[in-house]
Design a protein around this ligand. Structure first.
Ligand code: GAR
Length: 213
C-alpha cells in the first residue's frame, strides 16, 4: 500500500526528524519522509536528511508570507499529505496554517496546555512541576494550541536542571512523534472539537505518583 507522504519542517538539530526517518526505514511503517524544509541553512537536520537520501530544501525566511508561499509550493510539488513540524521555531502564516488544517502536526516539549512558547523545560522547573513531558498536536493558528494526539509524561527530578530535563523529555519525544504520525497514517485519528479519539488506541490504566514514597 502507498505510504503517507510526510513533509518535515525544521530549524535546527533535527533529532525528531531523525526519529521519523528511522521509523520510516522500517518497510512496515505506513509513512515516508517525502521532503524536509529548513528555514536555516545551518540546521543540522539538513545533514540528517542528506544522509538518508531524503529531498531537502532551505527556504530562508524573508518574511512570513513569502516563506509560506515557497514552502507550500515545495510541499505540493513533493505531493506531501501531512506536515510534521519538528523543532520549527518560527510562527507560521495564518493562511498557511488554515490551508493545512488537520494535515499539520507539531511536537512540543511540555504537557500542553501547560508551558507553551519558549523554554518550556525552564518553565516547568520554575513552576515546580513534578511531572512534565511532551505533546504531539494538530496545529492551529495560535502558537502551541490544537487538538492533542499523544502525550508522554516524564518525572522531574529534584536535582534536574534545564538540560537534564530536556534530555529526558527528548527521549520521550522520539517515541511519541513516530507513534502519532503512524496513527495518522493509519487513519485512526478522529478530531472532534479539541479532542482527538484514537481508534483501537489503548489508554494506560495507571496513575503515576512523584514522589512515589
Ligand atoms: C524539541 O524538543 C521540540 O519539541 C522543540 O524543539 C526541539 C527540537 O529538537 N520544539 C518546540 O519547542 C516547538 N515549540 P530537534 O531539532 O532535535 O528535533
Amino acid at each position: 500500500m502507498a505510504r503517507l507522504r510526510v513533509g518535515v519542517l525544521i530549524s535546527g538539530r533535527g533529532s525528531n526528524l531523525q526519529a521519523l526517518i528511522d521509523a520510516a526505514a522500517t518497510p512496515a511503517y505506513p509513512a515516508e519522509i517525502a521532503l524536509v524544509i529548513s528555514n536555516r541553512l545551518e540546521a543540522q537536520g539538513l545533514q540528517r536528511a542528506a544522509q538518508a537520501a531524503v529531498p531537502h530544501e532551505v527556504i530562508p525566511e524573508r518574511d512570513r508570507a513569502a516563506f509560506a508561499a515557497a514552502a507550500d509550493a515545495a510541499l505540493r510539488r513533493h505531493r506531501v499529505e501531512l506536515i510534521a513540524l519538528a523543532g520549527f521555531m518560527r510562527l507560521l502564516d495564518t493562511g498557511f496554517v488554515e490551508a493545512w488544517q488537520d494535515r499539520m502536526v507539531n511536537i512540543h516539549p511540555s504537557l500542553l496546555p501547560a508551558f507553551p512558547g519558549l523554554h518550556p523545560q525552564r518553565q516547568a522547573l520554575l513552576a515546580g512541576a513534578r511531572f512534565s513531558g511532551c505533546t504531539v498536536h494538530f496545529v492551529r493558528p495560535e502558537m502551541d494550541t490544537g487538538p492533542i494526539i499523544a502525550q508522554a509524561v516524564v518525572p522531574v527530578h529534584d536535582d534536574d536542571d534545564e538540560e537534564r530535563l530536556a534530555a529526558r523529555i527528548l527521549a520521550a519525544e522520539h517515541q511519541i512523534y513516530p507513534l502519532a504520525v503512524r496513527l495518522y497514517a493509519e487513519g485512526r485519528l478522529r478530531i472532534d472539537g479539541n479532542r482527538v479519539t484514537v481508534a483501537g488506541g489503548m489508554t494506560p490504566d495507571v496513575a503515576a505518583l512523584n514522589p512515589a514514597a
